[in-house]
Design a protein around this ligand. Structure first.
Ligand SMILES: N[C@@H](CCC(=O)N[C@@H](CS)C(=O)NCC(=O)O)C(=O)O
Length: 204
């Protein structure tokens, strides 16, 4: 088994999906977390000056979805054929877009403006996305986003949407029973449960 080290800030952010995948797969990893004040000294050590970075036996891999796709393929969470793998990629890219869409609100320093930006994000971007994904989950009819089994797409949706539920409550899921069930299904997976209980508590 390779020695995995995941480098990121002390946040869930763009690293949490890789952590969820490694936890679900039951592989050991060193969860290297640093504070913002430590970052300037570390930036030049990362392949593209950004994190997350997964170190695999000393080799450095950047880009959050590349890392998660690599881990999913290695640990049987990528989808069972090329088409399923493409669908899983599609869902993971959607979550990446949602994270990017939330960034202006997250970075806003003015509290009133921030509230406004989060509200707009939830009522426009998230609401539209939830309605679409709800229909797709219903159509797939297996309780999973892709095929019949758990993939990293399910973990990606769990990671991001469970964070939104924590921050904004679950009212935004009131017409999305399938998505709600997916979040609950992943939350109940023993390895995920164990990880979520033991991980550092962070704001985002
Ligand atoms: N597309 C990249 C974006 C990575 C990214 O924006 N990383 C941020 C943290 S979430 C970062 O390293 N910020 C510090 C910097 O750019 O100096 C990915 O998905 O990994």
């Amino acid at each position: 088994m390779p020695v995995y080290k995941l480098h990121y800030f002390n946040l869930r952010g763009r690293a949490e999906l890789a952590r969820l995948i490694m936890s679900q797969a039951g592989v050991e990893f060193e969860d290297v977390r640093f504070e913002r004040t430590e970052w300037p000294a570390l930036k030049a050590t990362m392949p593209f000056g950004q994190v997350p970075v997964l170190e695999v036996d000393g080799q450095m891999l950047a880009q959050s979805n590349t890392i998660s796709r690599y881990l999913s393929r290695k640990h049987d969470l990528a989808g069972k054929d090329d088409w399923e793998q493409a669908l899983a990629d599609m869902y993971a890219d959607n979550i990446n877009d949602l994270m990017t869409g939330m960034r202006p609100a997250f970075l806003e320093k003015d509290a009133d403006k921030q509230k406004e930006l989060y509200e707009k994000f939830m009522t426009e971007t998230v609401a539209t996305h939830v309605a679409i994904v709800e229909k797709q989950l219903e159509k797939n009819g297996t309780g999973h986003l892709v095929g019949k089994e758990l993939t990293w797409a399910d973990l990606a949706y769990y990671g991001f949407f469970s964070f939104l539920v924590e921050k904004f409550g679950e009212d935004f899921l009131k017409d999305a029973s399938h998505l709600k069930s997916l979040i609950a299904l992943v939350a109940e997976l023993p390895n995920i449960k164990k990880w979520v209980e033991s991980r550092p508590k962070t704001e985002i």
